[in-house]
Write a protein that binds this ligand. Structure first.
Ligand code: C2E
Ligand code: MG
Ligand code: MG
Length: 793
């Protein structure tokens, strides 16, 4: 590896300095001294040439400054040269002042400016304090120098005015050097190596000059003195600095080094120079220049005042900064605290209603159960689920649904005691936790109140809505855990739903098995189609005008391997939830069309076959294709197929559903709206769907037992509007003759219900078609016979 250029310069330079001192010993007297002077000159000249060369090679960041350094060195070399010319060429002793002095003194400004620019730093505003500190030291040094040497020059009568000026210029220049060295040392924690080498060079001349001046003053200097080494090494270090690669680096950023005791001592020492000199003179009678000492003291004090002012300013700035920082910190802490509180609140509260959420309820139930052994009362949990909320959401939109949930939350809060917890568990599920309940009746009274307050009509955005809720109540007993209490309230709530909704049920242990049932049923779906566990029953539909059989509605049943026959209410919602309805629905369609393919009325009229579709099936892309395949496979003409869609399904995605229905319609299939009246759609809303038949929900047919009731008027209105819209109307769930009569009078088209026939097995349906049927033709006996409904295998 090649040694770095600057190291070579240092090594060669040090060698040359060695040679300088060796020459007089090797060469005889006079020529030896001449040779020594020549070596001195050559080292200076070589240093200057090196700097110029380095500027080309190294391309320093501050080229101008390096040229100034080269110029400074040139002046010193020329000064040395001039001295040689006097002594060796003109053979006169050096006059004073001479050209050599002019050149020496001219060299310093170049040196100052060059070094000053090279050692500049970025963002150096703060370096002014370092400069003032350095100036204080320099003023002290000046006072000392004046006392030691400059004063005696000033008083030297043998010197001309110019001579005095020049003699004094040397120490003044030295003080200048001192200033630069101190400033760069005070600001120099990140100095580039090139700068460090330059500062060493300056320090060398500084010391060299001072010693030289003193030696000259006391007449003890001669050429070849060991002090020359300092000047020579100065040249060497300048050249080495110029060659150091760091010259090309950008300015370092200003960084004032921490005020060290050393610097403080130096500055304080400088301040004491003048008074100490005065003291010594006062004691010992040594002559002093009071004017100069007073002057330096004034300057020192002025600098100290400036420095103190800056110190105070800095202190005030820092205090206000730290105050600001403290305030900002305080604010940040407060924000963080608020954020944490927010997050904690969000984690444990429902964002819509602001009520505690499931997690917080869980927590509170746990605490309540832990505390209950120490209390007289017990813990009660009420689960509350709105009935038919999904339909409201689907009909009026989610915003409406959300508003309604908020109202429900508020109503619940308004009827509980202050210490009770009302939580929203998600969706339309709420819970109320009662702690320390002494009286069982208190809990059931509250459950009843919940049911009745939620039954009260609510008006939102001009819509009046009447909801109901199913409430499950669970009491904690010894050993009840949080989980068992929650699941007990849940099971009781399901029980309330199963028993007609709009009521409360108190948990009993058998109910827990229902929850397990649900899970068991979900598992039982697996492979049930392959095991042929489902079968269809067919409920006849008759014309009310002439009693003629019009067709059948296919209704699915599940012959569960262990639970036995299950009605659709037990498994259709679960099948919809799990998606099992898709393959099941496909099977129902194929089975219904296959079984009913040959069913023709006795008089040859084709009989319709109605198949129920769930909302989930309508969203399935393959539905259309499935229907086409089933139709073509069975050979049933599309005009015989009626697809029944529950009213509430229509509102979910009206555009898409209307499109699907239109495609069925185009194929010649008829569409019936099932359970009409149970949802919230209006007849005019129906107009956007290609509907053929309305099936009025059983709940509207029931009141027809009393033909003058409000319910009868309602059915009459529906029938009127349906006539206008040219829709066929089928009444569902006719059980009584009076209902049939009323409907016939109201000119309802068709009917379906236990009065006419219960759903029949496929075989029984075939017998039914062949049998003597007609409205009113079947006796009670016939009807009872027709309920025999076994799976058709
Ligand atoms: P739905 O489509 O409205 O079917 C009519 C329901 O009312 C049938 O109950 C039927 O047995 C019953 N019903 C008929 N006449 C009377 C009567 O006079 N009195 C009483 N109390 N009930 C009567 P089911 O078979 O239990 O079906 C219940 C619901 O399950 C159906 O209501 C339908 O929404 C759904 N469902 C049944 N089969 C299927 C199916 O194959 N696919 C789909 N997606 N849903 C089905
Ligand atoms: Mg139906
Ligand atoms: Mg129905």
């Amino acid at each position: 590896m090649r040694p770095a250029g600057w190291k070579v310069v240092l090594a060669v330079g040090a060698g040359a300095v060695g040679v300088y001192f060796l020459v007089p010993r090797l060469v005889a007297q006079d020529p030896g001294l001449v040779a020594q002077d020549l070596v001195y000159l050559s080292i200076g000249a070589a240093s200057t040439i090196c700097v110029l060369w380095a500027i080309r090679v190294r391309r320093p960041a501050q080229r101008g400054a390096w040229y100034l350094l080269a110029a400074g060195s040139s002046c010193f070399v020329l000064g040395d040269g001039a001295q040689e010319i006097y002594e060796q060429v003109i053979h006169t002793s050096l006059p004073f002042p001479s050209w050599a002095d002019a050149l020496y003194i001219a060299g310093y400004p170049f040196l100052f400016v060059g070094v000053f620019r090279i050692t500049r730093t970025r963002g150096s505003a703060g370096s002014w304090s370092a400069r003032v500190d350095a100036a204080m030291v320099c003023v002290g040094a000046l006072a000392l120098l004046w006392q030691v040497m400059m004063g005696s020059y000033a008083r030297d009568a043998s010197l001309s005015g110019l001579g005095k000026l020049i003699t004094m210029a040397y120490p003044v220049m030295d003080v200048g050097l001192l200033f630069i060295v101190i400033v760069s040392m005070m600001t120099g924690s990140r100095r580039r190596t090139a700068e460090q080498l330059l500062i060493v060079a300056l320090a060398l001349i500084l010391v060299g000059d001072l010693v030289y001046d003193l030696m000259v003053l006391y007449g003890s200097y001669a050429n070849g003195n060991v002090i020359d080494a300092l000047f020579l090494l100065n040249y060497v270090f300048v050249a080495a600095a110029a060659f150091h690669p760091s010259v090309a680096d950008p300015y370092p950023t200003f960084k004032k080094i921490r005020a060290q005791t050393f610097w403080w001592a130096l500055i304080a020492g400088a301040a004491f120079v003048s008074p100490v000199i005065l003291l010594i003179s006062g004691v010992s009678g040594i002559q002093v220049d009071v004017g100069v000492l007073a002057g330096t003291t004034i300057v020192l004090l002025a600098l100290a005042a400036v420095r103190t002012k800056w110190l105070f300013n800095g202190l005030a700035r820092r205090t206000s900064q730290s105050e600001e920082r403290g305030q900002a910190l305080h604010q940040a802490l407060a924000t963080q605290q608020a954020l944490e509180n927010d997050l904690r609140h969000q984690a444990f509260h429902d964002s819509l209603s602001g009520l505690p959420n499931r997690a917080l309820l869980h927590d509170r139930v746990q605490h309540a159960l832990e505390a209950s052994p120490r209390q007289s009362g017990t813990v009660v949990l009420l689960f509350c689920d709105l009935d038919g909320f999904k339909a409201v959401n689907d009909s009026f939109g989610h915003q409406f649904g959300d508003d309604l949930l908020v109202v429900v939350g508020k109503r619940l809060v308004s009827i509980v005691r202050p210490g009770d917890t009302v939580a929203r568990l998600g969706g339309d599920e709420f819970a109320v936790l009662l702690e320390n309940v002494d009286n069982v009746d208190a809990a059931t009274v509250l459950a009843q109140r919940i049911v009745s307050v939620l039954r009260e009509p609510t008006v939102i955005d001009d819509h009046q809505i009447q909801l109901s809720a199913s409430v499950g109540v669970a009491f904690a007993v010894a050993g009840t855990t949080t989980e068992t209490l929650l699941s007990a309230a849940d099971a009781a709530m399901y029980d309330a739903k199963e028993h007609g909704k709009d009521r409360y049920t108190i948990f009993q242990s058998f109910m827990r098995s229902r929850v397990i049932d649900r899970l068991m049923l979900m598992n039982a779906f697996q492979g049930s189609l392959q095991r042929r566990e489902f079968f269809l029953e067919y409920q006849p539909q008759h014309s009310l005008a002439d009693g003629a059989l019009e067709g059948f509605e296919a209704l699915v049943r599940w012959q569960h391997p262990t639970l036995g026959r299950l009605e659709p209410i037990r498994f259709i919602p679960l099948a919809e939830e799990t998606g099992f309805i898709i393959p099941l629905g496909r099977w129902i369609l194929e089975q219904a069309l296959a079984e009913a393919a040959d069913w023709v009325a006795m008089d040859g009229r084709p009989l319709s076959i109605s198949v129920n579709l769930s909302g989930r099936q309508l969203q399935e892309r393959n539905l259309l294709q499935d229907v086409r395949t089933a139709l073509s496979f069975s050979g049933v003409p599309p005009a015989r197929l009626i697809l029944e869609i529950t009213e509430t399904v229509l509102v979910v995605d009206p555009e898409d559903i209307a499109e699907v229905l239109q495609q069925f319609k185009d194929m010649g299939i008829r569409i019936a709206i099932d359970d009409f009246g149970s949802g919230y759609s209006s007849l005019s809303y129906l107009r956007q769907f290609p509907v053929d038949i309305l099936k009025i929900d059983k709940s509207f047919i029931d009141p027809l037992e009393d033909p003058d009731s409000e319910g009868a008027a309602f059915v009459q209105t529906i029938l009127g509007l349906a006539h206008d819209l040219r829709l066929q109307v089928t009444a569902e769930g006719i059980e009584k003759q009076i209902q049939r009569d009323t409907l016939t009078r109201m000119r309802c088209h068709s009917a379906q219900g236990y009065l006419l026939s219960r759903p029949l097995s496929a075989r029984a349906a075939e017998a039914y078609i062949a049998g003597p049927v007609g409205v009113g033709a079947s006796s009670q006996e016939d009807r009872d016979r027709s309920t025999v409904s076994m799976p058709s295998q």
